[in-house]
Design a binder for this molecule. Structure first.
Ligand code: IMP
Ligand code: MG
Length: 183
């Protein structure tokens, strides 16, 4: 089987780029159907991991929209540190606007809960969550994503924006940590 290796860990193919692209187009259409042509939502890309998803989703969205970026961090290596800190803030005025948070993955949900709470203090019209990946078994926080690309088991994945300590974000496909071990 084709594999890739980062930091001594082996990853197997999991979701290929065509499948990802098709799903992103479906999400863009669902969003357009929900919001209609006049809503002019603000896509809020959570850096760094969500940028490939955000770029594709934003371009597939058929109506007027804006995009902004925010950076948060809660992860080191392959396990959550549980600490969510905002590194790069939002300068756009979101009062009375529809904000669509664009995330790469929701794992424990701690990142999303903190972000949604921060945004709601700025009186948006509504906050929607679009996540490319969702690990429902890992969820500890009270979060319900409005748009989900793929629901996956609680396995560590890389590629299409997702990283292992900064590496592998540029892989066009998504790869999963191999559970096979050499004897
Ligand atoms: P949460 O706060 O636990 O939901 O963590 C969300 C963040 O953890 C994501 O935005 C990712 O940066 C990171 N993360 C969670 N699961 C994975 C994974 O399987 N691979 C790479 N990063 C992950
Ligand atoms: Mg992230």
């Amino acid at each position: 089987m084709r594999t890739v290796t980062y930091k001594g860990l082996t990853f197997e193919p999991y979701i290929n780029n065509n499948t990802i692209s098709e799903r992103i187009n479906e999400i863009a259409n669902s969003l357009a159907q929900k919001l209609g042509p006049d809503e002019k939502p603000l896509f809020l890309c959570v850096l760094t991991g969500a940028f490939p998803f955000a770029a594709d989703l934003f371009r597939a969205y058929p109506y007027d929209a804006e995009i902004a970026f925010i950076r948060l961090k809660s992860y080191e290596g392959t396990g959550s540190t549980g600490v969510v800190k905002q590194v790069l803030g939002l300068s756009e005025n979101i009062e009375n606007r529809t904000v669509i948070i664009i995330e790469d993955i929701i794992d424990t949900g701690n990142t999303m809960v903190k972000l949604v709470a921060d945004l709601k203090q700025k009186n948006p019209k509504q906050v929607l969550i679009a996540t490319l990946l969702f690990k429902p078994e890992s969820l500890v926080a009270d979060v319900k994503p409005d748009f989900i690309g793929f629901e996956i088991p609680s396995k560590f994945i890389i590629g299409f924006g997702l990283d292992l300590d900064g590496m592998a974000r540029n892989l066009p496909d998504i790869w999963v940590l191999s559970e096979k071990h050499d004897e």
